[in-house]
Design a binder for this molecule. Sequence first.
Ligand code: SF4
Length: 340
Amino acid sequence: MESAIKEKYMSTVEIENLVVEFKTDDDIVKAVNGVNLKVERGKTLGLVGETGAGKTTTALSILRLIPNPPGIIKEGKITLDGHNLFDYTEDEMDKIRGNKVSMIFQDPMTSLNPVITVGEQIAEGIQIHQNLNKSEAMKKAEEMLELVGIQKERATEYPHQFSGGMKQRVVIAIALSCNPQLLIADEPTTALDVTIQAQVLELMKNLREKYNTSMIMITHDLGIVAEVCDEVSIMYAGKIVEHGNLEDIFENTKHPYTEGLFNSLPNIEDRKSMLKPIKGLMPDPTNLPKGCAFHPRCIYAKEICSKREPVVTQLSDTHYVCCLAYENTEVKINGGGLIE
Ligand code: SF4
């Protein structure tokens, strides 16, 4: 019983103090600067932030796919079901990729080979990882196609014979074909139109429930987060600046950057209202601002914000924030959670 409970709540993946850098001719690009996160079995974590926040680099680190050189994982530890991924050899990692951990990319065409039938592409991973012969693997591939809502007869067709949404379904079938413990989806619906996007998200939710797969959903879309995630990590300039469950992040927003992301969303009830985008751009990762990296864009910034780097403040069992307003400083934030 005890072991069943432990199994249920065990984290699939845990990242501790991950630091990733890329070396260019003149500079060092600080892509990830001390990320901590964990995803429990069967749960979905949304990793949210603008382009350049370090979301994809964090995900690629889990698969140990950071190209070295120019990239290097400088510090940190990533465990998958309690095993440190950095202890594995390249051959062992090859067995983990696509088997225990799968990744779905934004554009299905980058993941599919145009000259191989979709059935063969799904069967390939199954054959390698599950030790089946070709016809057994093809039978399983047809089952996977049906699972994602595509008739098995279409297994003999090529990617160009499928629509964008169908291609992404094929990619999902490939990713799930070996029943991975962790599925990383990097903006999986961005290239799709809104109706197809909803169908693909629904499909991913159903499959996650069926297989109890843990998922990391990388997105800049808070609507998708509300739809499929259990927990959310908001990333800015290579760090997680706020983390919580859906209620913490959506109903009890604490970090000025998270607040800015919500203010940038269109208001459906008042269609004439102006969008309020966050001023400025994500900082140059070769030259991050001193103190809090968000200070040049933060409407609440005080002088101290350009000098002192905030640390993580735990607000509740589930909610964490990284901002000086929660560290007993003179910084004050409108909208709650203030240190008086
Ligand atoms: Fe804004 Fe200062 Fe908080 Fe950074 S530490 S988010 S600059 S208030």
